[in-house]
Design a protein around this ligand. Structure first.
Ligand SMILES: [Ca+2]
Ligand SMILES: [Ca+2]
Ligand SMILES: [Ca+2]
Length: 369
């Protein structure tokens, strides 16, 4: 103790700074206290990364809320499709799944069954339509490509069922128009499916016709029916005059450009021809229809007075350079995106014609597998 007291007045230089010797003693004493412990580490290396989300939905990360808006107050009987994209920004494959959640409440806020609304995930905006007791549905019962095809059925002569694909191609630019079909049943009458071109004859950018309503209309006067159900627009109906003589044992290709055709608008009433080539006609002006008019949808359909108890499977629809393989993305099924891959997909919401009024909320969540 004495030596410590004596040292208090002595100044020593350490690292260029003058400190009392007492402090040095204290430091030494302090080191002496921990000299028996073990090192907890030899060194530290720290990395900081600004991590971005690997898979983006519509180019956005999880913090964005994406919405599909159906503006119609009464969507019963209709299908609405919305385009979205998935993009894998990572340098390794990423696997995701689409998960659907549906809730429904009555107008008074009480919860109710969400029956009557279905959600389908597609890789192309293919819409299925049916009237009467007709049905149009995705099926794995048989397929020409992949796992799926579309099954159309019409139990009676007053039912219709079809597939509609939005397009925007001038009539004169149609170079390829075909599909694969397999008719597996028909009753007293059966025919191959028809192709219907929805033509924007008045060039306003929309097709204002109701194809099924026009085809089902009483037609003592086709031009009057066109005025009522097609407005200022037009259709070309492509098909065969010949009834089927038997079922198809396998899928076969139907080339619409090598088939008969009828043309209908407010100023044209041309019944199904027996000619077997639509191609030259696509470059011929006829009343309101010009070769430069746009085809805004291609429909493949069965129904009407020429078919009963008919069932047909449709697959692989080719419209010029695009072939629609009619595959859906099943819910809860892994989708693998390669590095840098962008996948367009469509969410289609279908509402039953007799759906209960209320508020339906459908949420699609893109989750890591
Ligand atoms: Ca298919
Ligand atoms: Ca139009
Ligand atoms: Ca026109």
């Amino acid at each position: 103790m004495r030596s410590v007291k004596r040292s208090v007045k002595t100044k020593v230089k350490v690292f260029g700074r003058s400190i009392p010797v007492l402090a040095i003693v204290a430091i030494v004493a302090s080191a002496g206290l921990v000299s028996a412990a073990l090192l907890s580490y030899y060194g530290k290396i720290t990395m900081t990364a600004d991590v971005k989300q690997s898979v983006l939905v519509d180019g956005e990360d999880y913090t964005w809320e994406l919405t599909d808006v159906i503006s119609e107050a009464a969507p019963g009987g209709e299908t609405f499709c919305f385009k979205h994209t998935l993009k894998n920004q990572a340098s390794v494959p990423a696997t995701v799944m689409l998960v659907t959640d549906i809730t429904a409440v009555y107008d008074n806020g009480d919860p109710m069954d969400s029956e009557g609304v279905t959600t389908t995930y597609l890789t192309a905006p293919v819409q299925l339509k049916a009237t009467g007791d007709g049905t149009a549905e995705w099926t794995t019962e048989m397929a020409n490509s992949g796992d799926y095809s579309v099954k159309l059925t019409v139990p009676s002569l007053t039912d219709r069922a079809g597939i509609s694909i939005p397009t925007d191609i001038a009539l004169k630019d149609i170079t390829d128009l075909s599909f694969w079909k397999k008719v597996t049943s028909f009753g007293t009458k059966g025919r191959d499916p028809c192709v219907v071109l929805a033509i924007d004859a008045n060039n306003d950018g929309t097709f204002e016709g109701d194809i099924f309503a026009f085809l089902d209309a009483d037609k003592p006067d086709m031009k009057a029916a066109a005025a009522e159900y097609l407005g200022s627009d037009a259709i070309i109906l492509i098909g065969t005059k010949f009834t089927l003589t038997g079922m198809d044992s396998s899928f076969s290709e139907f080339d619409a450009l090598l088939s008969g055709y009828g043309v209908h608008s407010v100023d044209t009433d041309m019944g199904l021809t027996t000619e077997d080539s639509l191609s030259p006609w696509l470059n011929t002006a006829c009343g309101a229809i010009d070769p430069t008019d746009s085809v805004l949808a291609v429909m493949i359909e069965i129904g009407g007075q020429n078919r009963d108890n008919e069932t047909v499977y449709i697959d692989d629809i080719t419209i010029n350079d695009d072939t629609y393989d009619l595959e859906i993305i099943p819910e809860d099924t892994p989708i693998t995106l390669q590095p840098g891959e962008t996948l367009d997909f469509y969410i289609c919401y279908s509402f039953a014609i007799d759906i209960m009024p209320g508020t339906y909320t459908i949420t699609t969540t893109v989750v890591p597998e």
